[in-house]
Design a protein around this ligand. Structure first.
Ligand code: FDA
Length: 388
């Protein structure tokens, strides 16, 4: 049995930050990951450019059964702390939209930076190493891999969520939680495209995009772009709302949030066909399919005020009922996870199992799209790293 102060399972965003922080405090740390390549999710993130944080990070941008849980970690390690680290390594970045910061040196720049930070902490790396067993013993834990048995005081589970199993996501963290009797808030694919029944009008509209629309589900709304696809609908506003959507719920899309359509109709050429009038403000392909439900297309003047009101309402409050999502293969994150009521928010330690920590996406904390999930990984990894 080899002794170490800390074993961290999962060398992704949260595990790397945690290992660097603990190692630089002088703790002996072993970082274990079953993947061959380091931090694959960081590599593919942000279209390869890694949207590493958001300048507007605040607790309200996170979904969790306990919305207050994120406050402590986000305060102890802020977006500005991570930006300072990026600056220290001479990496440059730009704000794309809505406070989202992307690395000019691509994701690899962020991975290299984190690896350098971990190496500064003289951490022992064990890549391509599956974990066969975890046991609690007096004074700590025993972690068994095919070739080694580690004995540690603190054990950190940083194995992430279920999204993109093709690059190494597993249910490991949830299984360890169950082994220790911890409850899991139900899991679901989130930040994911939504699907519709094949017979819906969607299949004819694949490729049609709308900019700056408002998508709502119950009391939550996002204003960004959407894209109709062969299977349903995608784009940032849909990914955002998918984290709030559950089977059976309807979503509402306001395609023209800034426009008073009845006013627009009043000032339009009354002899023009309705399709031509609307073609100034909506994609023609969309109108071709959408207007079919109102019968033969006539000149604007032949529509009654009531008919135009119905059309306006439907364009402002398009009700769609998704049949599902594209699932974990296409989801950016997993909603739900280890119940935050069981963890100390200041340190991420399990209240009932001293020395056991859960960090990052495996915890029931899901950020909005736009750098929020990485910030959660950095912040939760850092606070655990300070305390293990
Ligand atoms: P992460 O998944 O990063 O790491 C988990 C590690 O555990 C992996 O290295 C894995 O190999 C390892 N592991 C899993 N099972 C194991 C086992 N059984 N044994 C050993 N090791 C195991 N977020 C954001 O803020 N900005 C962005 O731009 C993007 N973009 C983006 C794009 C795409 C396509 C996806 C899928 C996701 C994003 N995200 C994102 C989300 C972000 O990638 C995610 O929230 C963080 O990587 C979560 O960090 P974790 O460290 O918790 O898990």
């Amino acid at each position: 049995m080899i002794k170490a102060d800390v074993v961290i399972i999962g060398a992704g965003a949260a595990g790397l930050m945690c290992a660097a922080t603990a190692g630089q405090r002088g703790r002996s740390v072993v970082l274990i990951d079953h993947s061959k390549k380091l931090a694959e999710k960081i590599r593919i993130s942000g279209g390869g450019r890694c949207n590493f944080t958001n300048i507007n990070v605040r607790p309200e941008c996170y979904i969790s059964n306990n919305p207050h849980f994120v406050k402590s970690a986000l305060k102890q390690y802020t977006q500005h702390d991570f930006i300072a680290l990026v600056d220290k390594y001479g990496l440059t970045y730009h704000e794309k939209t809505l406070g989202q910061l992307f690395c000019d040196q691509n994701s690899q720049g962020i991975i290299d930076m984190l690896k350098a930070e971990v190496d500064l902490g003289e951490v022992t790396w064990r890549m391509e190493t599956p974990v066969m067993q975890v046991e609690q013993i007096d004074g700590g834990f025993v972690v068994t891999t095919p070739t080694e048995v580690w004995h540690c005081e603190s054990l950190v589970i940083a194995s992430g969520g279920l999204s993109i199993p093709q690059i190494g996501a597993t249910a490991f963290g949830y299984e360890i939680a169950k082994q220790f009797g911890l409850s899991i808030v139900p899991l679901a694919a989130a930040l994911v495209p939504l699907t519709f029944q094949a017979e819906d009008l969607w299949t004819d509209l694949a490729g049609v995009a709308f900019e700056n629309v408002v998508v709502s589900c119950e009391n939550t709304s996002f204003r960004e772009d959407i894209l109709l696809t062969h299977k349903g609908v995608s784009g940032p506003a849909i990914l955002q709302i998918s984290s709030f959507w559950e089977a059976g719920k309807t979503i509402e899309i306001d395609l023209l949030p800034d426009m008073d359509l009845e006013d627009f109709f009043r000032s339009a050429n009354r002899d023009s066909l309705l399709s031509n009038v609307l073609a100034d403000i909506l994609p023609k392909r969309f109108l071709h399919v959408w207007l079919a439900k109102y019968g033969e297309i006539r000149p604007l003047k032949q529509y009654s005020a009531k008919e135009l009101q119905v059309i306006s309402t439907e364009l402002h409050q398009w009700q769609v009922k998704p049949s599902g999502t594209l699932g974990y293969k296409k989801a950016e994150v997993t909603r739900g996870g280890v119940d935050t009521d069981l963890l100390l928010s200041k340190t991420m330690m399990v209240r009932s199992v001293p020395g056991l920590y859960f960090i990052g996406e495996v915890v029931d904390v899901t950020g909005w799209l736009g750098g929020y999930n990485f910030q959660w990984a950095w912040s939760s990894g850092y606070v655990a790293g300070l305390n293990i």
